[in-house]
Design a binder for this molecule. Structure first.
Ligand code: NOJ
Length: 710
């Protein structure tokens, strides 16, 4: 449909009909759904109202959506098709590793591939829009939702955001197998105070612009079609009614023309925050702030018409919002084909298909992070092994935001070992509490694999924890097993970097497996047995304890810094009496079975102007006997500026493959843009002076060179 037809349609719609388009309800509002509870039970909307809304949340299945679409279109005065939106975040029926794990692949191309596979499955099941990517910067692992983020770094999250948008949407999300993508949660949700979900954020303007906004901007620049608001406040204003955030920054400054949707129930929550008087006031503030679609409240449904009729809200605001939604429907091709790709046949063909299961395994090969290894890994296959811990045979390691995953088919670690290594000599004790059996198995074994951490029920929305160390029972299990056998390989599961300093110190090796999805445990088994060389890197620092949070490698120098490498507490310097300042394992950290050697950094010149470029290169060599993947990372520091600059910031990344003995030269171009920041006047530009850059395999690399911006 061309724009003039959309305009004619809009013109022909009544105010009531237009407002109905802006309301999103979930499946339980439609006949046959579960009984409504909580605030939704009080909506008091006419019985057939849901069929006149513009979009539906959380429903899936080609046949079901086909029928629902027919019913909706039949009941709408202009027979406008509905958009079916839901969360397809790390896979649809095939679950891929959770986003924090995908971030740890340090491989945005992989993220694109996974998003594309998820889009193929979801679109076959009749879904049109996914509420992904979640691009919030996460530096506090008390926050359960860090599982949904690709990590702590604004630049890296931006790379992943753009890659995922591309994977979901392709170059045209109207095409077969593609879905429209919605970046969330705008904005700075990751900065919720104390890591407690839905809490306020208290960050400076500079921190907002420099650390939190860039990934959303990257998603917008990549052509994301929707943006979702966040539950938190910014500068004491709930994001959902934050005009400056949405109208001034997102729309005007960044030129976002897509659909803005609230998070679930968020307009109503502005009343509970104490920022709106009542539902009517909340509806006014949300539409004025720029929210097009109201996700599951009755604020727009019940009050927007009244607000327009009494002249408080101009009808043009409603028209603008409706037009954006109609444009989305049009780009999806729904006016021509309201079911888009939903078909029983494709659903059967693509959902949980072999290719995607293989992709889930391949993804986990890249996402699993080898944190420590004293040489016990890889296993030779000849050892007597004891595998201990309830998580070694728990299907709830699939991850919570693959809502529609075939969980019963998720492969556990035990199943992976049994299928892939049937001849290995393994005794299993699948329990955290049966310490007696664990100890006797450990005593009889050459090596113990201890599966510890959290299953999926302990991370995700609302799953904040103040103490992020292992559960008491697991700590006791570890101690008892350690007394029996010191040769422990700890495999950590979970959606957050846990605080495990004692267990890390005592383990011979430690592997972060995250929540690896449908077939990820095959990859974990293959890494343990050395069939796959690990290449994951932490995209979120692992702290010593909650007291260090929030924490990031990208920290600032105080006026009394602790000297690099200094150990123990030093009075009157900025340090803790009980733990180091640095995390246990920092951002970018991850080991390989190969010895990867970096040459010194070479610069083609030592000075540049802002319009010029410097090329920085290293030669990277695989001295090991296995093929390896290496995430070559570029960090930069601005030594002195009008405002204090981070001690290191990731500015470039190349993930390369290296055959045994192979060496490759990796080069990065340093541009004026890469040196820019929000200066003392909040102008984004570089300042002249000295810089240091590092190229290496982690944020701890000391492989540096200096240059000057003149
Ligand atoms: C609430 C969550 O915050 C958001 O991420 C999700 O997309 C919506 N619910 C819809 O399920």
């Amino acid at each position: 449909m061309d724009k003039s037809k959309l305009e004619a349609l809009l013109k022909d719609m009544s105010l009531t009909e237009k407002i109905e388009q802006l309301v999103q309800l979930h499946g339980n509002f439609f006949g046959g759904g579960e009984k409504l509870t909580g605030p939704e039970a009080e909506f008091d909307l006419p019985e057939d109202f849901p069929y006149r809304t513009g979009s539906v949340l959380g429903e899936r299945g080609a046949e079901k959506l086909h029928k629902l679409q027919d019913e909706i279109m039949a009941k709408q005065p202009h027979h406008i098709p509905a958009v079916f939106m839901t969360d397809v975040i790390h896979g649809y029926e095939t679950a891929f590793p959770v986003p924090i794990a995908i971030g740890s692949s340090f491989d945005p191309k992989l993220a694109e591939e996974l998003a594309s596979a998820a889009a193929l499955e979801a679109s076959a099941a009749g879904i049109h829009v996914t509420f992904s990517p979640m691009v919030d910067v996460a530096r506090d692992s008390r926050w359960g939702r860090c599982m949904e983020s690709t990590g702590e770094d604004p630049w890296l999250n931006g790379q992943f955001a753009a890659a995922m948008v591309k994977g979901f949407q392709g170059d045209d999300y109207g095409k077969k197998g593609k879905v429209a993508s919605c970046a969330k949660h705008f904005a700075a949700y990751g900065a919720v105070q104390s890591g407690r979900d839905y809490n306020v954020t208290e960050i400076s303007e500079r921190t907002l612009f420099e650390d939190y906004l860039p990934p959303y901007k990257a998603a917008v620049d990549a052509g994301v079609s929707m943006v979702m608001t966040a539950f938190n406040t910014i500068d004491r204003v709930p994001c959902t009614i934050n005009k400056r955030l949405m109208r001034d920054i997102l729309r005007k400054k960044w030129g976002f023309e897509g659909v803005l949707i609230t998070d679930y129930g968020a307009i109503n929550e502005s009343i509970i925050h104490g920022a709106s008087e009542d539902k009517k006031d909340a509806a006014r503030k949300a539409i004025e702030a720029g929210c097009d679609v109201d996700m599951v409240t009755d604020c727009y449904a019940r009050y927007l018409e009244e607000l327009v009729n009494e002249g408080t809200v101009p009808e043009s605001l409603v028209d603008e919002a409706v037009m954006r939604l109609l444009e989305l429907k049009n780009r999806l091709g729904l006016f021509e084909n309201p079911y888009k790709d939903g078909s029983d046949e494709s659903e059967k063909k693509y959902c949980f298909c072999k290719e995607h299961r293989e992709l889930s395994r391949k993804a986990a090969e890249e996402c699993t992070v080898l944190l420590k290894n004293n040489g016990v890994l890889p296993l030779s296959g000849k050892e007597k092994i004891a595998i201990i811990g309830a998580l070694a045979d728990d299907k709830e390691i699939t991850g919570t935001w693959a809502l529609f995953a075939c969980k019963e088919k998720t492969v556990t670690l035990k199943e992976a070992f049994e299928q892939l290594y049937p001849k290995a000599d393994i005794t299993y004790v699948i329990s955290d509490s049966d310490t007696e059996s664990a100890v006797s198995a450990a005593k009889a074994a050459d090596v113990v694999i201890l599966a510890l951490g959290e299953n999926e029920n302990y991370t995700g929305e609302s799953r904040s924890r103040a103490d992020i160390s292992l559960f008491k029972e697991q700590k006791e299990l570890f101690s008892k097993v350690y007394e029996a056998n010191k040769n422990i390989v700890t495999v950590l599961f979970g959606g957050r970097p846990l605080a495990v300093p004692d267990e890390a110190e005592k383990s011979a090796a430690m592997l972060e497996a995250w929540l690896p999805g449908s077939c990820g445990c095959y990859a974990v088994a293959d890494i343990l047995f050395g069939k796959v060389n690990p290449s994951g890197r932490l995209s979120m620092s692992m702290p010593y304890c909650s007291g260090q949070l929030p924490i990031s490698y990208s920290a600032y120098s105080t006026g009394r810094p602790k000297p690099d490498g200094a150990k123990g507490f030093i009075p009157f310097l900025s340090n803790y009496m009980d733990v180091p300042n640095v995390p246990l394992y920092p951002f970018g950290h991850g080991l390989s079975y190969s010895d990867i050697e970096y040459s010194a950094v070479r610069l083609d010149k030592a000075e540049m102007t802002a319009d010029d470029k410097i090329t920085a290169s290293v030669t990277v060599k695989n001295n090991g006997s296995m093929p390896a993947w290496e995430a070559v990372q570029l960090y930069i520091r601005d030594i002195k500026a009008s405002v204090v600059r981070p001690m290191k910031q990731l500015k470039g990344l190349q993930k390369i493959s290296l055959a045994p003995n192979e060496e490759k030269t990796v080069s990065f171009e340093i541009s004026g843009e890469m040196l820019s920041f929000y200066d003392i006047n909040m102008e984004f530009k570089p300042e002249k002076g000295k810089f240091t850059l590092w190229i290496g395999g982690s944020s701890l690399t000391e492989n540096s060179a200096d240059f000057e911006l003149i």
